[in-house]
Write a protein that binds this ligand. Structure first.
Ligand code: ZN
Length: 357
């Protein structure tokens, strides 16, 4: 893949490279919505000025790859935005990268506004870090941790509810747990998620199909009036309303303060991270906001990729955050369609796809 290398224009040193079009022996090409990917030969153009060309080493399948595959109309396309690779060649003016650098690919750039940002970026990482693991930090795990830390800024002793226990939801759980949340409730319709979720800090698991009461009522009972924070990690816009209702409001806040005699953190905050699959509009009663609740969106967990991801990678190397634990499957590239099916059937958290040499 080719990505813009940098947003800075620091004295570009013209370099001459002998780079040609590369014929990739195998790429997994999607030709239509929901159709099996076809492994075929593709040509990759040389990097343009301020671009780099990356040889992808590993890609972990992300839920948004699946959503795009099921619902988008632009085909043919090649998926795999959550990836690690090695810089194969650099375009004119690139000073930040050289051939052989190990990188994470990120779907947004640093400022999010300029042309380079709109088309993503690459983040240089140490060559000692295992590429087959840290690819998860290029999207899902980073997005979940960032939503908990940067966007919600979860405080010690708080209550958290997470809708959707895929990799992103369970990364929110890990982030909440590391911030000292005392109650982390996970909601998912897949009964198999309950046991696995405990390893990431979930304290209670609710399957909405097992409950006669509306799920927001169950959460209100469990939390004594509503959660301090709720996270929508499914991409179901109807669930955003439920997540808002599951949060603490003005009245429950005062009642709980009165009963506990301590100063509570405040009213509820709902963060949405899921990428909607069908209906992108949300509906909510304005009363939810009048009574003090807040709704925030989170794209990449509020991280600035180039500035922030190296420190996240360092936390991984120091074993301060879990990443390997989300990898439930490893498959060779030729089995890419199996990876899509595993995720469709809800049988994997992350399936890492290993490119052949
Ligand atoms: Zn992703």
């Amino acid at each position: 893949m080719s990505l813009p290398s940098s947003t800075s224009i620091e004295q570009p040193q013209p370099r001459v490279h002998d780079v040609d079009v590369i014929t990739c022996k195998a790429a997994a090409v999607a030709w239509g919505a929901g159709q099996p990917l076809v492994i075929e030969q593709v040509n990759v153009s040389p990097p343009q000025p301020m671009e780099i060309r990356i040889k992808v080493v590993c890609t972990s399948l992300c839920r948004s790859d699946l959503s795009a595959w099921e619902s988008q109309t632009i085909f043919p396309r090649i998926f795999g935005h959550e990836a690690t690779g090695i810089v194969e060649s650099v375009g004119e003016g690139v000073t930040e990268f050289t051939q052989g650098d190990h990188v994470l690919t990120v779907f947004i750039g640093e400022c999010g506004k300029c042309r380079q940002c709109a088309s993503g970026c690459a983040v240089k990482i140490s060559s000692l870090v295992p590429l087959e693991k840290v690819c998860l930090l290029s999207c899902g795990v980073a997005a979940g941790l960032g939503a908990a830390w940067n966007v919600a800024d979860i405080s010690d002793g708080s209550s958290v509810v997470i809708f959707g226990l895929g990799t992103v939801g369970l990364s929110v759980a890990q982030g909440a747990n590391l911030r000292g949340a005392s109650q982390i409730i996970g909601v998912d319709t897949n009964p198999e998620k309950g046991e696995k979720a405990k390893a990431f800090g979930i304290t209670e698991f609710i399957n909405p199909n097992d409950s006669k009461e509306p799920i927001q009522q169950v959460i209100k009972h469990l939390t004594g009036g509503g959660a301090d924070y709720s996270f929508e990690c499914i991409g179901d816009t109807g669930m955003v309303t439920t997540a808002l209702q599951a949060c603490r409001d003005f009245y429950s806040f005062h009642l709980a303060s009165l009963l506990s005699g301590v100063c509570l953190k405040g009213w509820g905050l709902t963060v949405t991270l899921g990428v909607p699959k069908v209906k992108p509009e949300i509906t909510a009663h304005y009363g939810a906001f009048l009574t003090g609740r807040t709704l925030k969106g989170s794209l990449f967990g509020g991280w600035k990729p180039k500035s922030d991801l190296p420190s996240l990678v360092e936390m991984y190397t120091k074993k301060e955050i879990q990443v390997d634990e989300y990898i439930t499957h490893n498959l060779p590239f030729e089995d890419v369609n199996k990876a899509f099916n595993l995720m469709l059937e809800g049988k994997c958290l992350r399936c890492v796809i290993h490119m052949e040499n």
